[in-house]
Design a protein around this ligand. Structure first.
Ligand code: DGL
Length: 278
């Protein structure tokens, strides 16, 4: 399908986390039309193996290619950390991830950088590698936070239990006297009111969403694909229960969106020829 300025930007996450990226898109690129996919049937991604995550992302990008999007923004750090490089090689579609824009922004702000993320992102060391490559003098501490995504998906932000969990996750980072904290999962900006209560005021919060959208704008300009016309309303799709996602996203969007369930295409895992390895 031919891509034009009017084509949509595809963004995806496992659930409501990507809405924090959607919000940035609305703010920074108000003329763009967006297609949002949430892989709610397989949420959370953060406990999955790298192989599973690469395969899920492959299926999503195959589907998005069929939808004719002009660009994909991974509104999911776990996918960005584990699958970006593979799918950039496999698909002829500009695809942006959150790690590099987030790491670049963090080193501008501080030298003692904490990262809160899913266990899969923390285990990948993607943020550590990205930060150290940009600034070898910066130090990085990462904490995997498995309980956050389920609590956010259940909209339990103000539950006292959530604050207890957050205190526990942030404790080792505060002990290291971090000056900067990266939201290493797109769900976590939803927790901002709770985290602000715990973090000292001098700790700078980095939301990579802001910076990936700025990078997307540059890329669209270079490709001559930036929209100049008013957008069509965002289309929302899920792999799980449409109504459940519509209700869960209401408090973040301010309205109940129309959500459609889709079946992702079955995509074979590319096999590496043994002859190539010999
Ligand atoms: N919001 C995603 C991320 O940024 C995925 C969270 C999950 O499903 O565990 O990592």
């Amino acid at each position: 399908m031919r891509k034009s300025q009017d084509s949509q930007i595809g963004i995806f996450d496992s659930g409501v986390g990507g809405l924090t990226v959607l919000k940035e898109l609305y703010q920074q690129l108000p003329n763009e039309s967006i297609l949002y996919f949430a892989d709610t049937a397989r949420l959370p991604y953060g406990d999955r193996s790298p192989e599973e995550i690469v395969q899920f992302v492959r299926e999503i990008l195959t589907w998005m290619t069929d939808q004719g999007v002009k660009m994909v923004i991974m509104a999911c750090n776990t996918s960005s950390a584990l699958a970006l490089e593979s799918v950039q090689l496999e698909f002829d579609l500009p695809t942006l991830g959150l790690i590099l824009p987030g790491a670049r922004a963090a080193v501008q702000k501080g030298k003692r950088i904490g990262v809160i993320s899913t266990p899969a992102t923390a285990a990948s060391n993607a943020y550590r590698h990205a930060v150290e490559e940009i600034d070898p003098n910066a130090r990085v501490w990462q904490v995997g936070c498995p309980e956050f995504v389920p609590l956010i998906e259940q909209n339990r932000i103000r539950d006292p239990y959530t604050k207890k969990v957050a205190l526990n996750y942030l404790e080792p980072l505060l002990a290291e006297k971090i000056d900067t904290l990266i939201y290493g999962c797109t769900h976590y900006p939803h927790l901002e009111p709770v985290l602000q209560e715990i973090l000292p005021a001098k700790v700078r919060l980095i939301d990579p969403a802001k910076y990936v959208v700025a990078a997307a704008e540059q890329e669209l300009e270079i490709m001559g694909l930036k929209s100049t016309q008013p957008p069509i309303p965002t289309r929302f799709y899920v792999s799980g229960l449409a109504d459940k996602f519509a209700q869960a996203s209401r408090s973040w969007l301010g309205y109940v969106p129309i959500v459609e369930k889709v079946n992702l295409p079955v995509v074979q895992t590319p096999t590496i020829s043994l002859e190539v390895l010999e």
